[in-house]
Design a protein around this ligand. Structure first.
Ligand SMILES: Cc1cc2nc3c(=O)[nH]c(=O)nc-3n(C[C@H](O)[C@H](O)[C@H](O)COP(=O)(O)OP(=O)(O)OC[C@H]3O[C@@H](n4cnc5c(N)ncnc54)[C@H](O)[C@@H]3O)c2cc1C
Length: 470
């Protein structure tokens, strides 16, 4: 282990709480903790601690609050938006990945309770062994991403078409407040109650902490809904000649809630990058919709596939099942290799499905204006159905060559503006990626309420200060 030249002012206190092996303040480790999976760069933390239990988190926060030292909670730092990076010097970073325990599956109330640092891939695997599945399975970075990180950043991803995003799957949380007190939300307000219900008796305090980007409390445990492993799974891929036709079908399937997952590839360029052999086999292929159906019974799954088929073939044609199968069975491994071409400049957000075609056309106008293909840059446009009627807009840019950085940032900025101004889109997570644009537009009463809540929960403003301009 590298020694630091001079220790952080609370080094000894943190060592006393979490043990020397779980506290680091040497330059090399701090450097490693100064990045997430985005191109953003901010301050390095002043010290990193890996607490092993809720009591340790509470004791660390009490010290930080007492000495007014900033604290930033982090999961795997797999965010592609800069959200877990400290924006003030000398902060204590709480790395929650040691709290990766599987506390228990409760078949009686159909929930699973886990430590906030558990990774989605591991949770899915552990549940599968017991005959269960989650609704929302995790973001597509789920090999690394933790439950606590996703719930703090409103993650959208696998299974969202049927079950909604990460936060929709939550029944209750255990949260440590910036002052060190521990709170259990939902039916957990009653010490004798199991975490079986989210909306009970008082306000929904769970919602207060979901999507807070670690500004209001540190999530230490989460209780999520579970379902039995399905016996019937069906797959179908459809090809379309235009984004308008493809989005129309996606919208209808989504409104009828027919699929577990609906993924759209939004133009020929994206198909070429992800599944180019399709372009050799099918002419006039502009978009692909991959459909995954999961049901308790095989007959129901197949019947649903027949209904999907009827709807999709009105404007599209069947392409078999290869892409949907590959997508579903390789879930978290599909997008990871795209990092081989460097960091992504992505613009993930939510929008009504009906507004997708206009956005794709707007993006194409920008790509043509700057001739980004000609400059060696590239893009993937995709979308994922969410809940009943909306979708993600995922437009990801690849820089190709670092010499393109300035141009890339220009294109990225314009793309974000187009996305926000088309069809009332909203980002799901924020971070430095979206924060400036969102704070320019946020209703002042809404923002004041956020500030007031922050002031009450975090009187010394120690938790992820400056985020959301609170
Ligand atoms: C290949 C790849 C694919 C991806 N695909 C998706 C995708 O489909 N959908 C998607 O939403 N994202 C995606 N991401 C981004 C990322 O994986 C997710 O956002 C994930 O939820 C982040 O989890 P994390 O544990 O890494 O959180 P971090 O990045 O460590 O933190 C995220 C935010 O949560 C806060 N935080 C973390 N843990 C806690 C806690 N216990 N208590 C309070 N605050 C906390 C942090 O301060 C920060 O603000 C992808 C990333 C990669 C690398």
């Amino acid at each position: 282990m590298l020694e630091s030249a001079a220790h952080h002012p609370v080094y000894n206190e943190l060592v006393a709480i979490s043990g020397e092996e779980n506290v680091r303040d040497n330059t090399l480790d701090l450097l490693a903790y100064s990045r997430d999976a985005s191109p953003f760069q901010f301050d390095s933390p002043g010290i990193v601690v890996r607490p092993g239990c809720t009591e340790e988190v509470s004791n660390i926060l009490k010290i930080a609050n007492d000495k007014k030292i900033p604290v930033v909670a982090a999961g795997a730092r797999s965010s592609i938006n800069g959200s877990p990076l400290p924006r003030v010097p000398n902060a204590i970073m709480l790395d929650l990945t040691r709290m990766d325990y599987f506390k228990g599956l409760d078949e009686d109330i159909m929930t699973v309770t886990v430590g906030a640092g558990l990774r989605w891939a591991e949770l899915i695997h552990l549940l599968k062994e017991k005959g269960f599945k989650l609704g929302f399975r995790g973001p597509y970075g789920g090999n690394a991403g933790t439950v606590g990180g996703s719930l703090s950043g409103n993650s959208i991803g696998c299974g969202a078409s049927k079950w909604g995003g990460a936060c929709d799957s939550v029944v209750g949380l255990e949260v440590v407040l910036p002052t060190g007190e521990v709170v259990k939300t939902g039916s957990g307000w009653n010490p004798d109650s199991k975490p079986f219900a989210r909306y009970t008796t008082f306000n929904d305090l769970t919602g207060l902490f979901l999507g807070d980007h670690g500004t209001l409390g540190v999530k230490t445990e989460a209780t999520l809904k579970v379902y039995y492993t399905p016996n019937g799974v069906a797959f179908a891929d459809y090809g379309f000649e235009s984004i308008d036709d493809c989005a129309k079908v996606m919208h209808e399937l989504q409104r009828k809630k027919l699929a577990e997952e609906l993924v759209l590839l939004g133009d020929k360029n994206s198909i070429d990058l992800l599944a180019n052999s399709y372009l050799d086999f099918w002419e006039r292929l502009e978009c692909i919709l991959a459909v995954i159906i999961e049901e308790e019974d095989e007959e129901i799954a197949n019947k649903k596939k027949e209904i999907v088929d009827q709807i999709a073939k009105r404007d599209g044609r069947s392409l078999g099942t290869f892409l949907s199968k590959a997508h579903w069975t390789d879930m978290f491994n599909m997008v990871q290799p795209l990092f081989d071409s460097g960091f992504w400049y992505n613009t993930c957000h939510l929008r009504p499905i009906s507004t997708l075609p206009e956005t794709v056309k707007g993006a194409h106008r920008i790509f043509e204006k700057y001739d980004i293909k000609g400059k060696g840059m590239n893009w993937i446009i995709s979308a994922l159905g969410v809940d009943r009627s909306y979708c993600t807009g995922w437009i990801t840019l690849f820089i190709g060559n670092q010499k393109n950085k300035e141009l890339m940032e220009k294109v990225w900025g314009e793309l974000k503006q187009i996305e926000l101004s088309t069809g009332g889109a909203v980002p799901y997570w924020c971070g430095p990626l979206w924060e400036k644009e969102c704070l320019t537009q946020v209703n002042p009463n809404f923002h004041n309420l956020m500030r007031n809540i922050k002031g009450v929960l975090d009187p010394n403003n120690i938790l992820h200060p400056t985020v959301f301009d609170l």
